[in-house]
Design a protein around this ligand. Structure first.
Ligand code: AGP
Length: 600
């Protein structure tokens, strides 16, 4: 996934503003970057690595310009280098792209036969050339874009400058996000609102295959029939400061500390003005929950809450598999898709498949107005605010919190909810409990110091704890590059325990009283083979003797199953954070990753 921004203005600072905006998109991909601007001719400057490298190059140039298109890359075709970095220029067309062109090889052959030559390995250069070919064919820019996009298969958000109209940006999108921003000195076309919030909070969304003509004074929208269409001007309710670290060392740490409030807000809204109380999930024949990565881990917790406690069967599948497995989707199927960014290609494809088969689709989404949020039948926003760190924290925990409210609603519906008032008071007091857990930083640092030199760390748990183990393991892998496995505690002895050596860190979660002793036994089995054991449980066991099998113990406030997973995962987030810090990793922008994977 990549980030793009275009800006055209009545001033001469387009390069400076485009680069500033691009830096707010860096979390979308950061292996190379580039910019094109008009200094009498369309000039391109590119650089491998982070945007700071591009910025350094520009400092030695005269970049006075009233237009710029810029790009920060997460490589899909061709290694990260200056040749493959965007923008790409072919003939009269200069272009930046977020997405993936699936039929680029066929188009490339066609274009080579027409005399085109290519410098890069990218699919984007092929798209650029194809638009140039269509422009040469139709001599009309809007028609050239529309005709080219009829042949281009895949996902794209394009910002385009034509050489013979060097003060105008043309944009279009399919499957990749793009918004139009209205500034006081000019207009923007960017991947998301974070790129432009320092300059404007006024924006419009672009529908699939719309084409937009953007000048410094006007924005004109056309549908794919080239009929002019009007778009609503929206006001973003986020502000630019939410995209700054505000004193924290990392965005990830800031977002960990934001969790108590945003989770509390979910439960407060749930009990006061819930906008999904009309959603009756008990009325469906079956429930599929589909997502990727951490969102899938949240889905697994949701499944336990729905199935084990609300007695509603639910199936969880990763989106990249769901699309190709025959999941017997019918109009009586409820599909719940979970996505922080609302742009994950596999999840988007899964929801489109389910809708084609008549299923009712609910989205649990953070990014307001995102593609998934706009295409589901019912969107439940987590309202966690912008999440910049590539490794999700509040994105995951707010998804779990929404699942907890869906399970509570279902249990009220089927009269299986007991202790309702006690549960409600716990949920409405979660902010204090979470703040206390987060404040215990010394304990997490102490544990991190014991495990950060190891290359293999195991997370084990039973029931809902095994789902939380998956998220704890991913956090550690993502940001500290430590290999880690999450294993159902009872399964470890069926093979994987052979990997346990002297000092191998094993983190066991045991928050469910019914499974406590069994999990203790499983941890003892690893201890007997030399493991360094970390035991995370609840204060129901404050008098328990852990000496025999636990080198470190974290004891958390015992609460209902609707909250316990959130309390536990926050400790795992902070352990992973401290390990990554000790290892000197780039915590907010881990290698090889991007914040939202908008390619399949
Ligand atoms: C989580 O830390 C990862 N960055 C990744 O697994 C992420 O959860 C996954 O790509 C899904 O993203 P989404 O929630 O935006 O759809």
């Amino acid at each position: 996934m990549c980030g793009i921004i275009g800006y055209t203005t009545n001033k001469k600072d387009a390069v400076e503003i485009a680069i500033a905006g691009l830096k707010n998109l860096e979390y979308r991909g950061y292996d190379s970057s580039g910019i094109a601007y008009n200094d009498g001719k369309i000039t391109m400057v590119k650089s491998k690595g982070k945007i700071a490298n591009l910025d350094d190059k520009l400092k030695s140039l005269d970049t006075t310009s009233s237009i710029a298109i810029a790009h920060t890359r997460w490589a899909t075709h061709g290694e990260p280098n200056e040749t493959n970095a965007h923008p790409h220029k072919v003939g009269k067309v200069t272009l930046v792209h977020n997405g993936i062109i699936e039929n680029y090889a066929t188009l490339k052959e066609e274009l080579i036969a027409k005399g085109y030559e290519f410098k890069s390995e990218t699919d984007t250069e092929v798209a650029t050339a194809y638009i140039d070919y269509c422009y040469a064919t139709y001599s009309d820019k809007l028609k050239a874009i529309v005709e080219a996009c009829k042949k281009i298969r895949g996902s794209y958000a394009f910002d385009i400058i034509f050489e013979d109209e060097p003060e105008t940006i043309y944009s279009t999108r399919k499957d990749s996000p793009l918004i139009i921003g209205y500034g006081k000195d000019g207009n923007f076309a960017a991947s998301d609102i974070s790129a432009i919030l320092s300059y404007t909070n006024k924006y419009s969304l672009i529908d699939e295959s719309d084409v937009v003509r953007i000048t410094k004074d006007n924005v004109t929208f056309y549908n794919s029939n080239l009929e002019e269409v009007k778009k609503e001007i929206k006001i973003a309710d986020w502000d630019a400061t939410q995209y700054q670290k505000n004193g924290y060392d990392h965005f990830m740490l800031k977002e960990i500390y934001e969790q108590p409030k945003v989770i509390q807000d979910i439960y407060t809204r749930f009990y006061n003005n819930c906008d999904y109380s009309d959603l009756d999930i008990t009325s469906f024949e079956k429930i599929h929950i589909v997502a990727c990565g951490s969102a899938m881990h949240a889905a697994l917790v949701g499944k336990y809450l729905l199935q084990t406690y609300a007695k509603i069967p639910a199936m969880v599948e990763v989106a990249s598999e769901y699309r190709y497995a025959e999941e017997l989707i019918t109009p009586k199927t409820l599909l719940i898709v979970v996505s922080q960014s609302g742009e994950t290609a596999d999840t988007l494809a899964a929801l489109r498949l389910a809708k084609e088969k008549g299923a009712y689709v609910v989205g649990i989404v953070n990014a307001v107005g995102s593609t998934i949020a706009r295409e589901v039948d019912k969107c439940i926003y987590t309202y966690a605010g912008p999440e910049i760190a590539v490794a999700t924290t509040k994105g995951y925990t707010t998804q779990v919190a929404i699942f907890a409210t869906l399970a509570i609603n279902a249990m009220k519906k089927n009269n299986t909810l007991v202790n309702e008032e006690k549960i409600k008071s716990e949920l409405l007091n979660v902010e204090n409990v979470l703040n206390t857990i987060i404040s215990n930083r010394e304990l997490y640092l102490d544990i991190a110091q014991k495990i950060y030199t190891h290359n293999d760390v195991f997370f084990i748990g039973r029931g809902i704890d095994s789902a939380v183990c998956m998220e704890g393991s991913l956090k550690l892998k993502e940001i500290s590059y430590t290999h880690s496995e999450s294993y159902s505690a009872g399964e470890l002895k069926h093979g994987t325990i052979s990997l346990i050596e002297d000092g191998t860190p094993v983190i066991a979660l045991a928050t469910n009283d019914d499974l406590f002793e069994k999990t203790v036994s499983n941890l003892k089995e690893t201890k007997a083979r030399g493991a360094y054991s970390i035991f995370i449980t609840t204060d129901n066991y404050k008098d328990y003797n852990f000496d025999e099998f636990a080198d470190k113990v974290i004891m958390l406030h015992k609460t209902s199953e609707f909250l316990q997973p959130i309390l536990v995962v926050v400790t795992l987030q902070l352990i992973a954070y401290e390990v990554a810090k000790l290892k000197g990793c780039d915590i907010d922008k881990p290698r090889n990753l991007a914040k939202s994977v908008t390619v399949e």
